[in-house]
Design a protein around this ligand. Structure first.
Ligand SMILES: Cc1cc2nc3c(=O)[nH]c(=O)nc-3n(C[C@H](O)[C@H](O)[C@H](O)COP(=O)(O)OP(=O)(O)OC[C@H]3O[C@@H](n4cnc5c(N)ncnc54)[C@H](O)[C@@H]3O)c2cc1C
Length: 716
């Protein structure tokens, strides 16, 4: 047993011994009103002769009984009033009750917090988010309303994340009025006939009111602030639109679609191309390019599939033409034509927010009840000395390349960098993938990053991790990136450099600054759980411009919340749900994930069971010539509840959908194991991973008995 475990046992034993002593010694009889009345004179005279001893005894008994959550605090408080008078009695009882409560709180935290967090991870995380925001207010309210047993408050608060000092000070303040009422009653002990009579209904009601006051004032202040902000702007008598959406990317399109579906009048303003990043410079072109690169790679692997040789020639410009053709093919899904037919008024032009009720576009001011900001993000280009002097590529302009770069540096080993590095390498560029961190795909587990890095090296990509880009040098026509690694400088020569260092939210130049809308430390528009911006409750935000995820599917997911909340608040509004967010990096093999991975479980100190199934064992993967990768499932210890899944393998992004559904709708590995999967498919990997879990967690003792049972049956 760990030291902490022993200490916990020790504490429980000590508390149990003290409670037992309290009961056996019959001390509870002294903590009654009658007993107090009977001994009041004796106590007072003893206090007159030994004041310090009585004070210390009072404090000790009070603190101990509160810390042990023993009944009797009411009588002790009355005793404080009877012996020490109102002011001094209040002071002593207040100190003692606060210290006692804090000790109970600390004991509860030490004994129960870990296990409660482990068992009720999601609920506790939710409570803690509330505690972080308004914990002090909640505690104050609970303390003031004496209907809530104080010992329960101490124990419950102990398992939350509230800070000890906050607990101590707020408890002291919150318990003070109640303490004063009891102390006051104690000063007139002879006239007191019952403890229950001390708190009349009006007093209880006033306390409840005081308790709720901080929360009510907080809400009122927020409402007044909002009104004040809004009052700076003239509210139109009638609005042209129910909703104006700025940006026709994934987030904006879905917001406008939903608004039109519920028959709201909606305008969608786009300054560039309908479909935004995903269609024009993101998901669609990148996946089209990756597909061509994969086909080419199959040709290179022709011998593996039984072909003598497959002559293959290609022109890179033709591949890029196909990429554009694919974009054109998808374009109608996001087109003005389609959205106009759906009832959305599509406006081509740059939008500028003039006020919370007005958006200007093409010199015309449109009035609107609500605004949805969906302006997306742009490639982040850090100020690396010399970079601006060479033509550098980003995900915005790489699609214009007509010639294959001979030597290509991809700067950044995140998803976009990895996908494009592999695609270009497969076409024949000599690719160097430069990453400052010690591994590529930083968010994924070490074994995942290593697997992809190994695949890349095998395909001829130079993977330069722990390489920090210092500057770009130019020597005649030769261009090079100077990096620092292990304290020395290294030079990487290139013809083209692709900067893939993340994406920064588009928050500037269209009126947010002028309105004073808050921008987070990450540079995204700050939003609450309803996706409202912080100052104006009628301005909503969704997609890359607010994050925290930068995917098309999360942009669309948020768009539903932003649109519904914008159109139906205050009658109905929904908190955006980020519980189960999947994503995929479309390298070959793909890396798909949902929920937590081992790295995150470690960081959060969560004890998980890891089941790993190797895809090189999967029949369909073998027939496809794609027998590589693994499925890794993290489950809660002692249960089949799925906490996270990472799949490295062909079509990982598709086959993970089963786990996404399981996590979203709360079914575990047993259900996946008992589901029939078609043979032979890649999706069978999910079932086999569940099988690994089943074997690894099989009840050994039951199996031993079963073996004996069968032996016995063979013998009869
Ligand atoms: C190379 C690459 C590959 C990617 N691959 C994937 C993938 O495989 N899967 C995935 O889920 N995600 C992928 N993404 C991410 C995905 O593209 C984005 O998360 C998604 O496009 C975000 O949508 P959005 O609507 O928030 O922003 P955007 O798509 O950027 O749309 C914002 C729109 O707002 C417009 N706009 C901005 N300001 C104004 C203004 N003032 N007035 C009018 N219009 C304005 C812009 O012109 C733009 O069209 C990829 C991204 C890149 C770069």
């Amino acid at each position: 047993m760990s030291r902490k475990g022993i200490a916990k046992l020790g504490l429980i034993a000590l508390a149990a011994a003290l409670v037992l002593l309290y009961q056996r010694a019959g001390w509870s009889q002294y903590l009654s009103l009658e007993s107090l009345k009977a001994s009041q004179a004796a106590l007072s005279s003893y206090h007159d002769s030994h004041p310090v001893a009585v004070i210390l005894l009072f404090l000790a008994v009070y603190i101990l009984s509160t810390a042990l959550s023993l009944p009797g605090a009411t009588v002790l408080t009355l005793a404080g009033g009877a012996i020490f008078g109102f002011w001094f009695g209040t002071l002593l009882a207040s100190i003692a009750s606060t210290f006692g409560a804090t000790l109970a709180f600390l004991a509860s935290r030490f004994l129960f917090r870990d296990s409660v967090e482990r068992r009720f991870r999601e609920s506790i995380a939710k409570i803690n988010r509330g505690i972080e925001k308004e914990g002090a207010f909640y505690l104050f309210t609970l303390r003031l309303i004496p209907l809530f047993p104080f010992f329960l408050i101490n124990l419950v608060m102990g398992v939350t994340s509230i800070r000890t000092l906050t607990f101590l000070f707020v408890s002291q303040l919150g318990m003070l009025p109640g303490t004063a009422v009891y102390i006051n009653a104690g000063t007139e002990l002879s006239q007191l006939h019952s403890v229950t009579g001390i708190f009349s209904l009006p007093i209880l009601f006033s306390f409840a009111l005081i308790g709720l006051l901080p929360l009510i004032s907080k809400w009122a202040i927020a409402a007044v602030k909002t009104r004040k902000h809004l009052s700076r702007f003239k509210k139109p008598k009638r609005f042209d639109y129910n909703m104006i959406v700025i940006g026709a990317g994934s987030a904006g399109l879905v917001s406008a679609y939903i608004a039109s579906a519920v028959k709201a009048k909606v305008a969608l303003i786009e300054k560039h191309k309908m479909g935004g990043d995903c269609l024009n410079t993101g998901c669609v072109p990148s996946k089209a390019l990756i597909r061509s690169a994969k086909i080419l790679n199959y040709f290179k692997r022709a011998a593996e599939f039984g072909f003598e040789s497959l002559p293959m020639t290609f022109e890179f410009s033709k591949v890029m033409e196909r990429v554009q053709k694919v974009v054109k093919e998808v374009e109608p899904h996001d087109s003005i034509d389609r959205y106009s037919k759906l009832g959305v008024e599509c406006i081509q032009g740059e939008a500028k927010i003039r006020s919370p009720y007005e958006v200007e576009v093409n010199g015309k001011v449109l009035t609107t009840k609500t605004i949805v900001v969906a302006t997306g993000a742009s490639p982040m280009v850090p100020p690396i000395p010399g970079l601006k002097d060479v033509r550098y590529l980003t995900s915005d302009n790489v699609w214009n390349l007509k010639e294959l770069p001979t030597r290509l540096i991809v700067l950044g080993g995140g998803p976009i960098g990895c996908e494009l590095a592999q695609a270009f390498a497969r076409f024949g560029s000599k690719v160097s993938l430069v990453e400052m961190a010690p591994k590529i795909m930083g968010r994924e587990d070490q074994d995942v990053s290593e697997f992809i890095a190994k695949t890349f090296s095998h395909e001829g990509i130079e993977v330069l991790t722990s390489h920090k880009a210092l500057r770009v040098d130019r020597d005649g026509v030769e261009k090079s990136l100077i990096c620092e690694t292990n304290g020395r400088e290294v030079k990487v020569v290139f013809d083209e450099i692709l900067v893939a260092l993340g994406r920064k939210a588009n928050v500037k130049g269209f009126g947010l600054e002028e309105l004073g809308i808050e921008i987070s430390k990450r540079g995204t528009v700050e939003a609450d759980e309803f996706l409202r911006t912080t100052i104006f409750p009628n301005i909503y935000v969704c997609g890359d411009v607010t994050g925290p995820y930068q995917f098309t599917h999360t942009a669309a997911h948020q768009a539903w919340y932003a649109a519904v909340n914008a159109l139906f608040s205050p009658f109905r509004k929904y908190k955006v749900d980020y519980r189960v967010i999947p994503w995929c990096t479309f390298t070959d093999p793909e890396v798909a994930r949902v929920g937590m991975n081992e790295q995150e479980a470690r960081e959060k100190n969560i004890d998980v069971h890891v089941s790993r199934y190797e895809i090189d064992d999967l029949d369909r993967a073998i027939t496809e010539g794609e027998a590589q990768g693994f499925v890794k499932v993290l489950t809660q210890k002692g249960s089949d509840k799925i906490l996270g899944v990472t799949i490295v393998g062909d079509h990982a992004g598709d086959i993970i959908a089963e786990y996404v559904a399981a996590m979203k709708h709360g079914f575990g590995l047993n259900k996946i194991l008992s589901t029939i999967h078609i043979y032979p498919t890649l999706a069978e990997a999910n079932k086999y991973a569940a099988g690994v879990w089943k074997r690894e967690t099989a009840p050994v003792r039951v199996l031993t008995w079963l073996a004996r049972f069968h032996t016995w049956r063979r013998s009869s």
